[in-house]
Write a protein that binds this ligand. Structure first.
Ligand code: ADP
Ligand code: MG
Ligand code: ZN
Length: 472
């Protein structure tokens, strides 16, 4: 294996966010009843004419710009012909000779820039639902706008492929082009992999891998395939060029078809759509709309805030969260404290909401007060979490929540002393154990004070007082 180099190229299909399909006015809504979002155009009736959805162009341009591609301004579509029951027209409208974007790159988390070969627009096919001894077809998906993003054979390990996919997904989400939900089919990936002797000029014979439903699946399938191919090569045999399917239950790849059944798609220009030229104004305005990309944001955060890289990774992995973070520190500039509360209790509570971030109502200012009150000792950890839970989806004023729920932390010695005395006298065993050196007992006693004060005591102060009283 050591003298072999791994070569991987990835083909990503992503559904771009539009209300209607790419060549007709049908809705792209997910989970509509089968065959309700269809019309003569997307069902390929004779004599109908497709009309190109302009929104697809601007979203595709945005991706091409964010991936640093050269833009082919002359747009024309081609027909890719093949027969399949989920393809009512028997051809798919796609771009072939002149993809919208060419020769760009995607920078991944290691800093490597993976070369992007092409970005092109096309329409999706329908969906087959296989039952015991018959199959059903749902054409709702036919004509859904897709972008195909193809990398050069420029990826050199399964882990790098995994990094590429995560970086691609985050970029697409950041620029607002796709929700990249693999479960809904809005992001899919095929992988091509080959091995060659290190330093060899020619690429090795490749295998195409399909049917991976998660990024982990892509990485696992590639790892399996690298091992399989290296065994073949080490035996002195040749890898067979073929398409293999990932079996995620057996954790292996199995042959789907060999090169001999390779398709000839008979591409030719789509006669029903006009060629047109993208204006420089549109390209310029799309370029401006791209905004800060995830890695740029990460670098800026690393430079400006005293937060660990792994914490910044969490912040930037949710565009919404990183924006909220920067809004909060306008009110309370201790970035580290704000970050801890965001990626800790806040995320935990948001994950329990049905609608995630979209259900969050708390304002940046209100959130900043929770962090501030906690840092200054007005609220203890429990109290702050409770205030957060109460304000998260209501945005009720934090001061009034604290007052209503009587959550102000008790740090006052006189007041806590009463509770401490009581806990000491009612827990003689724990006190004795502590005196005999069992450190854990003190935490038990602190816990009792917390319980008796209904969580309001300042645990640090309570511990101090306990220690001093017991030593006396
Ligand atoms: P196809 O026509 O089968 O789609 P492409 O030339 O478009 O083939 O390539 C598909 C993907 O396969 C691209 O991502 C490309 O980088 C990758 N690829 C091509 N040749 C190899 C190879 N020998 N090893 C690994 N990946 C390859
Ligand atoms: Mg291809
Ligand atoms: Zn339609």
């Amino acid at each position: 294996m050591n003298d072999l180099e791994i070569v991987i190229g990835l083909e990503v299909h992503t559904q771009v966010k539009t209300e209607s399909k790419i060549f007709c006015a049908c809705s792209t809504k997910f989970e509509s009843p089968p065959n309700t979002n269809i019309c003569p155009v997307c069902c390929g009736y004779p004599g109908v004419l497709p009309v190109f959805n302009e929104k697809v162009l601007s979203l595709a341009l945005k991706v091409s710009c964010a991936l640093n591609c050269n833009i082919n301004k002359d747009i024309y579509f081609e027909r890719k012909s093949y027969f399949y029951p989920d393809l009512p027209k028997n051809y798919q409208i796609s771009q072939y000779k002149m993809p919208l974007g060419e020769k760009g790159y995607l920078e991944i988390s290691t800093g490597r820039k993976i070369i992007i070969n092409r970005v092109h627009m096309e329409e999706d096919a329908g969906k087959l639902i296989h039952k015991d001894n018959y199959s059903l077809v749902d054409f709702n998906r036919t004509g859904t706008p897709l972008l195909e993003i193809v990398s050069d054979p420029d990826i050199h390990s399964p882990q790098e492929a995994y990094d590429y996919l995560n970086s691609m997904k985050l970029l697409l989400i950041y620029i607002g082009v796709s929700d990249c939900d693999m479960e809904k089919g809005s992001l899919r990936c095929d992988a091509n992999v080959s091995l060659r002797k290190k330093g060899a000029a020619k690429l090795g014979i490749r295998v195409e891998l399909k049917n991976m439903n998660t990024f982990n699946g892509v990485r696992a399938a590639l790892e399996y395939e690298v091992k399989r191919q290296s065994k073949v090569i080490n035996k002195g045999e040749n890898v067979v060029q073929e398409t293999r399917l990932w079996d995620f239950q057996k954790l292996k790849t199995v042959v789907m078809r060999t090169k001999s059944d390779a398709h000839d798609y008979r591409y030719f220009p789509e006669p029903d759509l006009l060629n047109f030229c993208v204006s420089d104004e549109l390209i310029e305005s799309v370029k401006k709309s791209v905004g800060e990309l995830p890695l740029e944001k990460k670098r800026r955060f690393m430079k400006n805030y005293d937060i660990l890289e792994k914490e910044i990774n969490v912040l930037i992995s949710y565009p919404w969260l990183s924006k909220f973070f920067e809004e909060i520190i306008l009110f309370y500039p201790k970035a580290k404290d704000v970050c801890n509360w965001l990626i800790g209790p806040f995320l935990e509570q948001v994950n329990n909401l049905d609608n995630g971030f979209s259900a969050v109502k708390i304002s940046a200012e209100n959130f900043s007060k929770i962090v501030k009150f906690f840092s200054e000792g007005k609220l203890n950890n429990l109290g702050a979490k409770k205030v957060l839970a109460l304000g998260l989806t209501t945005n009720e004023d934090i001061d009034s929540i604290i007052e209503r729920e009587k959550l102000v932390q008790v740090s006052d010695h006189e007041e806590l002393l009463k509770f401490v005395e009581e806990v000491i006298s009612s827990n003689p065993k724990a006190v004795q154990e502590y005196l005999e050196g069992k450190q854990k007992s003190i935490m038990f006693l602190v816990g009792q004070v917390m319980k008796n004060t209904r969580g309001k005591a300042n645990p640090k102060v309570a511990k101090d007082i306990l220690e001093r009283r017991i030593q006396i």
